[in-house]
Design a protein around this ligand. Sequence first.
Ligand code: AMP
Length: 361
Amino acid sequence: MKAKASKKAGGKTTAEGMAMAKTKAGGKLCVATLGSHSALQILKGAKDEGFETVCVTTPNRTKLYSAYKFIDEVMEIPSFKEFDSVEDELARRNAVVVPHGSFVEYLGMEANKKMRTKYFGNKHILDWETDREKQRKWLSMAGLRLPKQIHDAADIQGPTIVKLYGAKGGKGYFFVKNKREFDENIKKLPAGEKISIQEYIIGVPLYIHYFYSPLDKKLEIMSMDIRYESNVDSLGRIPSKHQWGFDVEPSYVVVGNKPVVLRESMLAEAFSMAERTIKASQKVCPPRGLFGPFCLETVITPKMEFYVIEISARIVAGTNLFINGSPYADLLYNEPMSTGRRVAREIRNAEKQGRLDEILD
Ligand code: AMP
């Protein structure tokens, strides 16, 4: 087994280092990511594709990530926010960073954009993903069915979900049926909190994981999951007559993911929705638009209609179920193909074809 180095963060960013980060080309590429979210899947996939791998993480997680032999080096930083302190070292290693859900969450949007290390994906699409109004414009342009957006609480007439603007993982969301319930709940939020009020779609939530290859101009369905959310997914275990008289509000905090396959007669629509999303992304965010892994978060009604409640323009944690492939990935590849490995293969293909500039930012 290869010896593993665990390094403390390097010194402060220097002008020399910055120049090196920008200009260094050639040499063996390695794949790096933050030790969180889907790092194990991404780095296992990268190793399977023959890359050296680096995990940048915080001291409390060093032992965990050092336990995996597909991780060649664990670089330690005091907190994720200090990612820039390892950028010179990553440039020296000719690293490509594969972003996941923790990047924007821990580093913040601006730090993500300013990252100097080679980055798999299009950073410009982040603006279209994180701004709820822009995202709606993009998804409407793709002709997707979206829950109605409510601009004035006085118009709430029926099941409605109130989402905190910047929240992730359903934290702090609440359910209301009328203006009175809205007023009661909104009091509990800090003044000035930005919210989005949306028609609540009653149906089955389904998260579809895709990969779009800009090299081959091909879309792939990689896998699907259903999230397990506390407490909304357990309320059904208590009969309604027992729920009377105790004050329980549904909450939507994601705590896990379950694998699922979609009724095959609905697959063509699932494919088409993603194709249209990619096409629209090239219009709103030209020229490259969205590429690599992404997820359409949908709710399917009894009429078998998909409503798209959100898009994640990156690898989502639900893909962690499929480190050894999924029923859908098996149909496309005769080998275990996770989304993380698919990203690494795209990097490898781009490198072989001399087209790295098309997939990196
Ligand atoms: P999100 O932050 O948009 O991924 O939403 C977190 C969770 O809230 C989802 O997984 C759903 O369970 C629930 N949710 C969000 N929007 C809607 C909606 N319009 N209709 C029904 N459920 C929703």
